[in-house]
Structures are given as C-alpha cells and as structure tokens.
Design a protein around this ligand. Structure first.
Ligand code: MEV
Length: 297
C-alpha cells in the first residue's frame, strides 16, 4: 500500500520558494493508494469520483500519472486506486500526497523498493506539474514526515523535541490555486523587491528562532513566532478575512499562536495549543472543518 502524508507548514511558506528555510510537519491524514494489474492504465481517485488515464499532453493529473508510469517499461497495465483523506487546494499538500502514494503503490505492484527520500525526489516531478515552481517542501514532507527544517536543495533537517506539538488545523472552505498564490508573490517581488526581500528576511529570522523554540520545547515562544509570521504573510496579501477571523478565534480560545498555512488566499490556518484539551476546545469552536493533529511526540 502506498501512503503519502499531508503536511502543515509551521513557518516559512512562500519564502521557501525563494531559497529561505521553512519548518513543516507531516500529519497523519493523507492519501492511501493500491495498485494491481488491470485491463488498462487507470488511476481511480476517491471520493472525487475521478478516473484518470495517463496522457503526457493531457490535463495535469493525466500528465502526472503518465510521468509516474513512465520509468517502468516492461510492466502490465496498472489500475491504481487512491483514497484521498485531505481537502484539495487547502495548503495541506494534497497533490504531493497523491503523488507519493501513487508512486509507492506502483513500486509495490512491480516489486520495487525505494527509500522515502528517493520517493520524495520522484514526487517532485509530479508536484511540478501542479505547482509550476514548487520548493519541494510538500513532496518531501509527504514522503518523509516528522518535524523538519527544509531548505531547497539541501538535505532535510529533522528537528527533535521532547514535547509534542498540539496543532489544530482549520479549513476556511476556500480552495485557491497554490500556483497562483506563488505567482502573486513572485510578481510582488519583481515590482517591489526591497519590501518583499525584507519580508523574506524577517521570515527567515522567525524560522531560525522557531527551530530553537521547538528544540527547547518552548511553545509559548513558538506561538508568538507563528503570530508574527501570520502578520508578514498578511503584508504579502496572502491572508483573507476568514483566515484572520479563524486565527483570532483560536487565540481567544487559548491558542499560543495561530497563522495561515501553505499557499494562503484561503486554504487552511493552524493554531498551536498548549495541551490536547485546549486543542480539542479550539477545534470545537472552529467547527467541523477543523481537526486536531499531534506531532513530534
Ligand atoms: C505550499 O504548500 C507552500 C508554498 O511555499 C509553495 C512551495 O513551497 O512550493 C506556498
């Protein structure tokens, strides 16, 4: 069975596309896939009710599936069934998780084995089809998981903490295109490099401090850093009124900090809770589109 995790970026999204570090966590929710010989190459995505046939010149999923199959010559036709347990376009790395799960399922059906790191590399090619210029953080966290510091082109740096992170993930119900949000930041960088580079440098400082806070188990400091990162992302016009409101609600309900996560323009926010009980209370207040995840224990 193939499994690709969803991911949550704690700090550093967007800046990470431009070579700065980011900290992310792999979550338990994700995509499960199974492949077996069939009548034709077919990818069945549930619960989206979508059948995809490989086509190198087709729609993104058709192209991605064609790439996933292309490395394997002498093989039977494969039917791949993927069960998606994440909202798409919500900043939780759904497309990368599908890629990792499908690639692993194909490997298993053909009796092949690759390390999670190699799987992450292969899933980068899949991810490029959906996001144009991805940093690689989504496919890497989807394949490898844990809590880690990621920087484009460098080995993933796992972070250790003796304290679990109690996170609440709230979905705004809006699913913007990550590709468009990344392009919007690139356009701002081109038209106003001084302002945007300052924002990236400030995010860089927050990420470095967050690494220390995680390693020291100082979640109060980490919460403050999340809040600050949210403000900088707002200045890049990535937050929405809905995300701001959700973050405010989480803070008022006892969160140590809260911010948008991923591409922004909608998608998801995260809140850091001091303990599991508080996390459950925040989730309840945020409503049915929110869930609790515990990482790094
Ligand atoms: C998307 O999950 C995170 C972004 O930084 C894009 C990327 O890193 O590829 C917005």
């Amino acid at each position: 069975m193939g499994f690709g995790r969803g991911k949550v970026i704690l700090l550093g999204e967007h800046a990470v596309v431009h070579g700065y570090p980011a900290i992310a966590v792999g979550i338990d929710r994700g995509v499960v896939a199974e492949a077996s010989p069939g009548d034709e190459d077919l990818l069945i995505l549930s619960p989206w009710d979508l059948d995809v046939r490989p086509d190198p010149a087709g729609e993104p999923l058709e192209r991605a599936f064609a790439i996933a199959l292309s490395g394997h010559s002498k093989r039977p036709p494969l039917e791949v069934r993927a069960e998606i347990g994440l909202p798409g376009g919500a900043g939780l790395g759904c497309s990368a998780a599908i890629g990792v799960a499908v690639l692993q399922a194909i490997d298993e059906a053909l009796g092949l084995e690759r390390s999670r790191e190699k799987l992450a590399e292969a899933a980068y090619e899949w991810e490029k089809i959906f996001h144009g210029n991805p940093s690689g953080i989504d496919n890497t966290m989807s394949a490898v998981g844990g809590v880690a510091l990621f920087r484009k082109g460098e080995p993933l740096q796992p972070l250790r903490s003796n304290k679990p992170l109690h996170l609440v993930v709230g979905y705004s119900g809006q699913s913007p295109s990550t590709k468009e949000m990344v392009s919007s930041v690139a356009r701002q960088l081109e038209s106003d490099p001084v302002r945007v580079n300052k924002a990236f440098e400030a995010i860089d400082v927050l990420v470095r401090n967050a690494k220390l806070a995680i390693e020291a188990g100082d979640h109060v400091a980490l919460g403050q850093l999340l809040d600050l990162n949210h403000t900088i992302l707002s200045s890049l016009m990535l937050c929405t009124t809905k995300l701001d409101e959700m973050c405010q609600t989480a803070r008022k309900t006892g969160a140590l900090g809260a911010k948008m996560t991923g591409g922004g323009g909608g998608g998801c926010m995260i809140a850091l809770a001091p303990k599991r009980d508080e996390a459950l209370r925040i989730r309840e207040i945020l409503g049915e589109n929110a869930f609790v995840t515990e990482v790094g224990a």
